[in-house]
Write a protein that binds this ligand. Structure first.
Ligand code: PLP
Length: 420
């Protein structure tokens, strides 16, 4: 007997880009094979950070009934009250904002926050009209791509290119072609951007915020890698928030992806809607991450750690990875690297590559090297765009040895592809 699925069931149980990627990633990280893991967004295992989380767990075990309370109690759907109040104080101190507890909702990871946010704003409205989320700069995070309960939830805009030198480029929002139509429910960007390592400039964010204000729609800024924590940023920009901005953060890139803790900072109307959704979908959030991190927010130590441990760790990794690319890639070939300004990725563009990067992905996988083909990141566009078949994302958060070996293999396969 075949199982009959609803439209929702079919939509979320089929093969998706993110599902395939998480599968490959899980297998490679689970040690089931000897893959060079350059594909996923897993944070690096930073020894200093691991020592902090171990110390915190020991403190919890030694603190009266703290451990039993953590495991034995449901939190309210908005999140752990103590965590939220320390977070509010920490962000207000670090960023000069005037958040209150009402501006926060915790979720089971940033990914879940986005599932709720995107579908809560866009899709079929009560008046029967359909609304969409606008990504003003494609390529964007693969994790949003399949999240729409309604089909065609997304619309995206191609970027402008800045050519920095022969082998370095940077995307910018193309404001001239950006059309915020009446059917747009929210504008959304990740900053730093996964997959490119781009950091939208303060001016770009300012212009997007103005456009969103003018339309009376929110600007969603996904700050999973941003400042003030985890601060995997290699360029100085201003963290921003106001009542019309929905800012999402996560504990994952601090080295805690296993705790599944996301944070949404928004006006009360939005955070209380999200809290209600939390209750329906999952009753409460996982609270282990919140209990681990709370005292570091209360003391402000998390900001210092992000600045003194996490930022230099990923900056060094980024510099080494870029250096390795230029060392291994044939300078005569038309390869380009997106300027690495944050997050854990290098975005490589092979202009006029005779094969698609889907095929390059297959060839690399055969050589036990895992990257992500670019086309997954270009959803929401009308029609096909050649550029989307010419890019790959590679991660530099894993061991230096993995990156060194992996880049050499990518260089060989790329040269082989251009040679035909
Ligand atoms: C840009 C971006 N947003 C959100 C997420 C979701 O992270 P999590 O659900 O672990 O908080 C990720 C994870 O890689 C990401 O790269």
């Amino acid at each position: 007997m075949t199982l009959e699925l609803s439209a929702f069931g079919k939509r979320f149980s089929g093969q998706t880009g993110i599902g395939e990627l998480m599968d490959d990633l899980g297998r490679a990280l689970g040690g089931q094979d000897d893959m060079l893991m350059m594909g996923g967004g897993n944070p690096g295992h930073i020894p200093e950070m691991q020592a902090i989380w171990r110390r915190r767990m020991e403190e919890i075990l030694g603190e009266g009934q703290r451990f039993e309370q953590m495991l034995g109690n449901y939190d309210p759907p908005q999140g752990n009250a103590r965590f939220i109040s320390s977070l509010v104080r920490c962000l207000n101190d670090a960023c000069g904002w005037d958040l209150t507890e009402e501006n926060v909702c915790v979720t089971n990871g940033g990914q879940t926050a986005f599932f709720c946010l995107l579908n809560m704003l866009a899709g079929k409205q009560t008046n029967g009209r359909r609304k969409r989320i606008l990504f003003p700069l494609t390529p964007e995070y693969i994790g949003y791509a399949d999240q729409g309960v309604d089909s065609e939830l997304f619309v995206a805009n191609k970027p402008q290119f800045e050519f920095i030198d022969d082998h370095t480029f940077k995307y910018h929002v193309d404001f001239e072609s950006l059309d915020v139509g009446d059917d747009v429910a929210a504008i959304c960007v990740s900053r730093p951007t996964n997959p490119t390592g781009n950091v939208l400039t303060d001016d770009e964010i300012g212009q997007l915020a103005k456009l969103a204000d003018a339309r009376g729609i929110p600007l969603i800024i996904d700050n999973a890698y941003g400042s003030p924590f985890p601060n995997a940023m290699f360029t100085e920009v201003q963290p921003v928030w106001n009542e019309n901005i929905v800012l999402t953060l996560s504990l994952s890139k601090l080295g805690l992806p296993g705790t599944r803790t996301g944070i949404v900072i928004a006006r009360k109307e939005i955070t209380s809607a999200l809290s209600s959704m939390n209750a329906v979908v999952g009753l409460a959030n996982g609270n282990i991450g919140q209990v681990l991190v709370e005292p570091l927010l209360a003391s402000g130590e998390l900001i210092r750690i992000s600045r003194e441990i996490i930022q230099p760790y990923y900056y060094r990794k980024s510099l080494r990875a870029v250096e390795r690319v230029h060392e291994c890639f044939d300078a005569k070939l038309p390869y380009r690297v997106h300027k690495s300004e944050g997050a854990f990725f290098l975005w490589l563009w092979f202009e006029r590559l005779p094969i698609t990067t889907q095929e390059l992905y297959r060839r690399l996988k055969e050589r036990r090297t895992l990257v992500v083909p670019g086309r997954y990141f270009f959803y929401g566009l009308d029609g096909d765009w050649q550029h989307s078949h010419e890019c790959i994302r590679m991660t530099f958060s894993q061991s230096d040895e993995t990156v060194q070996k992996g880049v050499a293999i990518i260089a060989e396969e790329m040269a082989r592809a251009y040679a035909v």
